[in-house]
Design a protein around this ligand. Structure first.
Ligand code: NAD
Length: 251
């Protein structure tokens, strides 16, 4: 018996990196994964990887910063399945900028994807999670929601808000049988971190601050997400789990 057999899953930003890892692991555990991303070709590619290796996947082009995309996604899931057992709010981006020079447009872009997108998915997906009877909403926050790093203040603010929203929604959604938890990854090797990790000085400094002395993989984050998605975490809500090789625990 696989841990997500028969579960209906929605993952945002699933065309690459952590979202792709989550889509793979959840499908391998028996879930039917709706692979959604603003990059529609990428979503189709990942759905193809799943159907040729594990089982069921449906690709969708969804920009989480566009209300009509999110509503169309949930309408389609509702008419096909009538419920969503697990929704993963993973889509996110970063714009590096010295805060004192941060342009309004840069801040708005970070906010409308990393925070407004999460708000929209959590709000508009409520009915489908409730219909599941034991829905699980998983938000991908970040260690940066609790720590500062040069040129990442706007990103930190968006992720800190996601962590706060996770706790508040855990309280509000619990009476409807919906659990809401967050993951706080440290430095994971994906397209998002490629440039910063390619800088030898920054790479070294980050490794020095990571007790496990390596960066994480998307699959390792996905395995932690699997805990929140499955009944293994049946009494866990409002939690934020660091997946960071000990970085946030270290002085
Ligand atoms: P990534 O760039 O590899 O993947 C992000 C995906 O989100 C891409 O496929 C992209 O097309 C998609 N996306 C971007 N804007 C979107 C939008 N408006 N609507 C829908 N999809 C959109 O990055 P990643 O590292 O896999 O990041 C995934 C999540 O994990 C993000 O929320 C990120 O902030 C978070 N995170 C990453 C790290 C890390 O070290 N990589 C650490 C902490 C948190």
């Amino acid at each position: 018996m696989r841990r997500l057999d028969g579960k209906i899953i929605v993952v945002t930003g699933a065309a690459s990196g952590i979202g792709r890892g989550i889509a793979h692991v959840f499908a391998a555990e028996g879930g039917h994964v709706h692979v959604t991303d603003v990059d529609g070709d990428g979503a189709e590619r990942v759905a193809g990887e799943i159907t040729s290796n594990w089982g069921q996947a449906t690709p969708f082009t969804v920009d989480v910063s566009r209300g009509q995309d999110v509503q169309a996604l949930f309408r389609a899931v509702e008419s096909a399945h009538g419920r969503a057992d697990v929704i993963v709010n993973n889509a996110g981006l970063n714009v590096r900028a010295d805060f004192r020079h941060l342009a309004d447009a840069e801040w708005e872009r970070i906010r409308e994807v990393n925070l407004d997108g999460v708000v929209r998915i959590a709000r508009d997906g409520f009915g489908l999670l409730k219909a599941a009877g034991s829905g699980s909403l998983i938000n991908i926050a970040s260690i940066m929601g609790h720590r500062g790093m040069r040129q990442l203040a706007a990103y930190s603010a968006s992720k800190g808000a996601v962590a706060a929203l996770t706790r508040a929604l855990a309280v509000e959604y619990a009476p409807f049988g919906i659990r809401v938890n967050a993951l706080a990854p440290g430095f994971i090797e994906t397209a998002l971190t490629e440039r910063v990790l390619r800088n030898p000085m920054v790479n070294r400094a980050l490794l020095d601050r990571t007790p496990m002395r390596r960066f994480g993989t998307s699959e390792e984050v996905a395995k932690a997400a699997l805990f929140f998605a499955s009944d293994d975490s049946a009494f866990v809500t409002g939690a934020e789990l660091a997946v960071d090789g000990g970085m946030s625990a270290s002085l």
